[in-house]
Design a protein around this ligand. Structure first.
Ligand SMILES: [Zn+2]
Length: 292
C-alpha cells in the first residue's frame, strides 16, 4: 500500500506533463471483478471503472486513459453484448476521463457534475502541476447535474450525487441502490493521503465533510468502489475520514501554536498514517496552505 502511494504521488508530482511521457499502455491489462449483482469493477491504469450491465444497456463510471479504450470495451464485452450507453465521470481528471472522446464518438452519453464539464471545456492545470487539455466537444458531458440526479436503469435506482467540493469542485458519487454499491470517485482512495486538487476547487475541509455525507448515504453492507484501490466498506471509509480529521486537527493545533512549517513537519504530522517523506511533506504543504 505504501509503495503504491509513493508511486502514484510521484507520478502526480514529478511528471508535470503526463502526455509528454510515454506510459506503456500496451502492457496494461484490464481486469474485471464482480462487486455485487449486476455491478462490476474494471481495473487497468487510472481510476477504477464501475460497470452496470443488464437489459437496459451498459452504464459505466469513469473511463481511464484513451489508449485503453479498446481493452476496456473488450473487457465489457466479456460481461455483456450491450454497448456502453452512459459514461458517468466522477470528476474531470484525466485518469478518469481520458477515454471520453472515444466513448462519445462511439455514441455513449457522458454525464458529469456541471463544474466538471466546465473544467473539461477548457485547459486546466492540476494542483500537482500537471496540465490537462480541453476535450473536443465529442468528449464533453452532454448531460450534467448540480446536486443530484437519478437513473432507473438495469433494474436498479442509481443516484448520482455531489456531496460538496472536496477532491475537486465537481465530484460525483454514483450509488447503485439495490445492489448496494457506491463508486466514490477520488473523494475516497486507498493509496494513503488523498490528492486534493486545490487548483480546481478541492479542499481538505470539503473532503472530510464529503466523506461524512457519503457514509450517511450507505450502510455497513455497502460495497465501495474507491477512486483508486480495492473494494472497500463503510468502516474503511470511516477510518479514512478519521485519518483526515486527525491530521487536520494536528494542522490546526500547529497553526494555533504558531509553529513554522518546518517545525510542524518535525512533529511528524502524519504519524500513524503515512511516513514522514517528501510525498507526505508535499501533501502537508498543500493542506497547510488551506489553513493559512
Ligand atoms: Zn482525481
Amino acid at each position: 500500500m505504501r509503495r503504491f502511494a509513493a508511486r502514484s504521488l510521484a507520478l502526480l508530482t514529478l511528471l508535470p506533463s503526463f502526455n509528454a511521457v510515454a506510459q506503456d499502455f500496451d502492457s496494461i491489462e484490464i481486469t474485471a471483478q464482480q462487486v455485487a449483482g449486476n455491478i462490476y469493477m474494471l481495473q487497468g491504469s487510472g481510476g477504477n471503472i464501475g460497470v452496470s450491465i443488464g437489459d437496459d444497456g451498459t452504464f459505466i463510471v469513469d473511463d481511464q486513459f484513451a489508449p485503453l479504450t479498446d481493452k476496456i470495451v473488450a473487457a465489457i464485452a466479456q460481461l455483456t453484448s450491450n454497448p456502453v450507453d452512459f459514461v458517468v465521470n466522477t470528476h474531470f481528471h484525466y485518469d478518469h476521463t481520458d477515454g471520453n472522446e472515444n466513448f462519445g464518438r462511439a455514441g455513449a452519453y457522458i454525464v458529469a457534475q456541471d463544474n466538471s464539464r466546465k473544467r473539461m471545456e477548457t485547459d486546466q492545470v492540476l494542483a500537482s502541476g500537471r496540465p490537462q487539455e480541453a476535450y473536443d466537444e465529442v468528449g464533453l458531458p452532454k448531460i450534467t447535474f448540480f446536486d443530484a440526479m437519478r437513473f432507473y436503469f438495469n433494474g436498479s435506482t442509481i443516484d448520482i450525487v455531489n456531496t460538496g467540493a472536496g477532491h475537486t469542485d465537481g465530484d460525483a458519487q454514483v450509488y447503485f441502490r439495490e445492489p448496494n454499491v457506491i463508486h466514490t470517485g477520488d473523494m475516497f482512495v486507498r493509496y494513503g493521503l488523498p490528492f486534493i486538487d486545490r487548483n480546481n476547487g478541492g479542499t481538505l475541509d470539503g473532503m472530510i465533510d464529503a466523506t461524512w455525507n457519503i457514509a450517511s448515504l450507505i450502510d455497513d453492507e455497502t460495497r465501495i468502489i474507491p477512486g483508486h484501490g480495492q473494494i472497500s466498506s463503510r468502516s474503511d471509509l470511516l477510518a479514512y475520514r478519521d485519518m483526515l480529521s486527525v491530521i487536520r486537527q494536528r494542522l490546526r493545533d500547529a497553526k494555533a501554536e504558531g509553529l513554522s512549517f518546518a517545525a510542524f513537519m518535525e512533529s511528524e504530522p502524519a504519524r500513524g498514517y503515512a511516513p514522514n517523506n517528501d510525498n507526505t511533506e508535499g501533501w502537508m504543504r498543500m493542506a497547510w496552505d488551506e489553513y493559512e
